[in-house]
Design a protein around this ligand. Sequence first.
Ligand SMILES: C[S@@+](CC[C@H](N)C(=O)[O-])C[C@H]1O[C@@H](n2cnc3c(N)ncnc32)[C@H](O)[C@@H]1O
Length: 239
Amino acid sequence: MSELRKQDFPLSDSLSKLHMLIYQQLEQEQRTNPVSYVKFSNAKGRPYQSYERIQFEGLRWSVEKRISTYGLERYFNPNSTILDIGSNYGFFVTEFAMYVKEAHGVEPVPELCRIGEITATHLNVHDKTKFFAQKFEDFQPDCLYDTVFSLASFFTTDKKQRSSAEEFFGKIDSILKPDGEFFYESTSYQKSPGSEDYEHYVHAQKAFDVLKDMFDVYESYEAQSGPENQRLFVACRRK
Ligand SMILES: C[S@@+](CC[C@H](N)C(=O)[O-])C[C@H]1O[C@@H](n2cnc3c(N)ncnc32)[C@H](O)[C@@H]1O
């Protein structure tokens, strides 16, 4: 088992306790999940998500930086209920819970949902959050959403998401309110055929085709993700 990298700077007592609880879950997840992102070679033992609010460092930019870079503040609305598909440690859910009526995450790895719950309790947003420990494909929500996010959760590297683009985005369409919004971030890809992450490019293109057909796409762009890879971003609303 690769060594989990932990923060080596001093933390307040309450943050030390929170980090300890989070790492307990991550250690358990490493034991039980054969495709834990911590085990991937590019992670080098680093956790996946980062969250400045709780001084938690991972592999990806912090949720705060991703929210501001992707312009996700546009979805901060005190009357909205939002869903994050593949919510991972739940840090987008807890951050969004500060600005919306209710924030839900659906994530098949139970330890990761537990991290979301622990963090929500620490941040006093527990009453505004819900985590569903299941695959999106099996998720039966009891409400319609104002906004749904799929951030690197379609055609995942862990191979736990493999339904077709039509099924995946069709289900999103079916759980959005009539004027609901959807924001998509692809997994990270390389464009040259034969390269390690080329398959992710093919699926990002497939996702884009289906989104253009199914939704009203009003923003789309590609951005660099690390030295060799890129990601596609699409903002759209229900037709
Ligand atoms: C690459 S990570 C992205 C995490 C997070 N969305 C982010 O961007 O920070 C993919 C996440 O999707 C989850 N996942 C994998 N298959 C899924 C499925 N079928 N339904 C929902 N989530 C899934 C994984 O467990 C993991 O937490």
